[in-house]
Design a protein around this ligand. Structure first.
Ligand SMILES: NC(=O)C1=CN([C@@H]2O[C@H](COP(=O)(O)OP(=O)(O)OC[C@H]3O[C@@H](n4cnc5c(N)ncnc54)[C@H](O)[C@@H]3O)[C@@H](O)[C@H]2O)C=CC1
Ligand SMILES: [Mg+2]
Length: 315
């Protein structure tokens, strides 16, 4: 009787099976993993890797002889799709380096669509499964973050007016989050770049979601406002981005009409927090371990008493 595989060993075997190299040519065709054997013949020998959802990924950058393959031969090689479909594969992903973009049109003529693009490559996909595609889309939102830098000692709040706007309204300094950047770090960085003020992250105050946003190339915009505490006070604002920058009394910002609705709303929220306690308005941040990846993530929510963080039952 075969020995049962347990725990990590079983997972390793599964992972190896998932990475198994697929090929559309006859079984036993020669050539190392990830290589297109005799690709110039266009004999339908595109190789791909199986993912955990039952899709096939073909990475042209890893295939030999692609530089010699012409688009017609590539289209013939894509006959592999028929085999993958008959094997029950749910989708095909084509990863195409920008310099091999001549293969995009032949793939599109067989039904592939753009899934996403990076600076040096595009990824096309084709759904092979039953019914409409269940492939997830790519990036759906851009994330903008502003800092509401509030000095509790003077009751002043840091505000700017954008240089490139048709209407000059007071708003909180902020900007777009960079890939891999934490929300609080974006707020602190943008505030410093635009105003010269140094600050530290305290909490998350509000999230606005807006669709078909002109500043997000027609995608959705997620605009997050953080409460920051200043530790420098001399303004040295960026002349390219800002027209004006000042420390304004919080009650003046609440009263002024020369501001955006979201800035006015968050100014009122801050005034409430200042009077009644910031725990009424703050979503604080904590770092927790991610179960599947072993990485860490940041979670933001209202303060949870320690007794609730550690409780095991409903006692
Ligand atoms: N209601 C409010 O108070 C406001 C909220 N926001 C939000 O702030 C976030 C973005 O903040 P920003 O200060 O705009 O970002 P940001 O501080 O990162 O600046 C964007 C930069 O990109 C440049 N830029 C943008 N589109 C461009 C294009 N097509 N060509 C060349 N340059 C271009 C701009 O001139 C600017 O220098 C978004 O989430 C937005 O919704 C922005 C303005 C007002
Ligand atoms: Mg900005």
């Amino acid at each position: 009787m075969p020995q049962l595989l347990r725990g990590g060993r079983w997972r390793a075997v599964l992972a190896r099976a998932r990475r198994a190299v697929l090929f559309a040519g006859p079984r036993g065709a020669s050539g190392g993993p990830g290589c297109a054997r005799d690709a110039t013949s266009g004999a339908g020998e595109l190789r791909g890797e199986l993912d955990r959802f039952g899709g096939v990924s073909v990475r042209l950058a890893r295939l030999d002889a692609m530089h010699r393959l012409d688009p017609v031969a590539f289209q013939r090689a894509l006959q592999a799709i028929q085999k993958w479909r008959s094997e029950g594969r749910v989708a095909v992903w084509l990863h195409i380096p920008i310099l091999q973009s001549r293969f995009i049109a032949p793939a599109a003529s067989l039904g592939f669509c753009f899934h996403h693009a990076e600076s040096d490559s595009s990824t096309l996909s084709l759904w092979l499964g039953e019914g409409p595609s269940r492939l997830p889309g790519y990036a759906t939102h851009q994330v903008g973050v502003a800092g509401a830098v509030f000095d509790e000692n003077t009751r002043k709040i840091l505000v700017v007016q954008d240089r490139n706007k048709l209407k000059n309204m007071w708003k909180f300094p902020g900007g777009l989050s960079e890939p891999g950047e934490d929300i609080g770090d974006t707020a602190v960085r943008e505030v410093f770049e635009e105003t010269g003020i140094k600050s530290e992250f305290r909490s998350l105050l509000s999230i606005r979601q807006q669709h078909t946003h002109p500043g997000a190339f027609g995608k959705s915009d997620m605009y997050i406002i953080c409460r920051l505490k200043p530790y420098s006070f001399t303004i040295n604002f960026c002349q390219h981005e800002c027209l004006r920058c000042e420390w304004m009394d919080l009650s003046d910002l609440v009263k002024t009409e020369n501001t955006t609705p979201i800035t006015s709303r968050v100014a009122r929220l801050l005034l409430y927090g200042y009077r009644e306690g910031f725990d009424k308005i703050d979503l604080t941040m904590e770092e927790l371990p991610a179960v599947y990846t072993g990485l860490f993530y940041k979670i933001y929510h209202k303060e949870l008493p320690d007794s609730y963080k550690t409780m095991t039952g409903m006692d």
